[in-house]
Design a protein around this ligand. Sequence first.
Ligand code: IPE
Ligand code: IPE
Ligand code: MG
Length: 245
Amino acid sequence: MSQPVASQALAPPPPRHVAIIMDGNGRWAKARGLPRNLGHRQGVDAVREVVKNCRKLGIEYLTLYAFSSENWKRPESEVSGLMDLLRLYIRRELAELRRNGVRIRVIGDRTRLAPDIVSLIEDAEAQTRDNRTLTLVIALSYGGQDEIVAACRQIAEQVSVGKLAPEQITAETVAGNLQTVGIPDPDLVIRTSGEQRLSNFLLWQSAYSELVFVDKLWPDFNASDLAEAVGEFQRRERRYGASGE
Ligand code: IPE
Ligand code: IPE
Ligand code: MG
């Protein structure tokens, strides 16, 4: 008996939103006897390559975990090295990102960032606001728990002024008060370096994300690794709690 044609012909759709925990820069540098900051610098090349290749794969949203709320605990020299790289990345790449139709959005706690970085980010967001080819979300000074706490506070505020009744609070209310409002949840979360944890990344939004763990360290991650992770995603069956039958 042959299969119905339709079920054979339909290729699984690519992920609309891919989110990446870019991990392993320090180990990449250590393996070469280099300072950790050189690993971070090398990681920027991998960022460029991944951003460039998203649209070819049909990806509309790419979120990159660049710096977590916990990464502030690192030595001052490493933190300032990472912030310098961010400045450099935005300054050097903004024109090209604009040309390529990339919209930039930054999520995370801006109150902890240097004022010049806040200005750079605001400027990049404003200049790319109307771009639609790819939305690049940079998670910077970002923590999923902090984000949910902030949403709770905003909702509590609305309740306390009588704009909202507690029984009106739904999952949509919470999602609508997160910094990712308007961005679809990530379909695929990739983490490099072999670690298998979320480290406070998109906790609410990843409720039904497919997780793919890649052994390669972030500076070694390239276009074909991205394509492979997308292929792995397309072989998965997403059930959202249903029976799959
Ligand atoms: C990821 O690489 C980059 C950031 C967290 C900013 P790491 O710096 O965590 O590298 P490892 O995990 O120490 O190898
Ligand atoms: C997560 O990596 C944060 C980023 C990639 C920006 P970490 O290296 O900070 O995570 P842990 O400490 O191993 O969980
Ligand atoms: Mg790490």
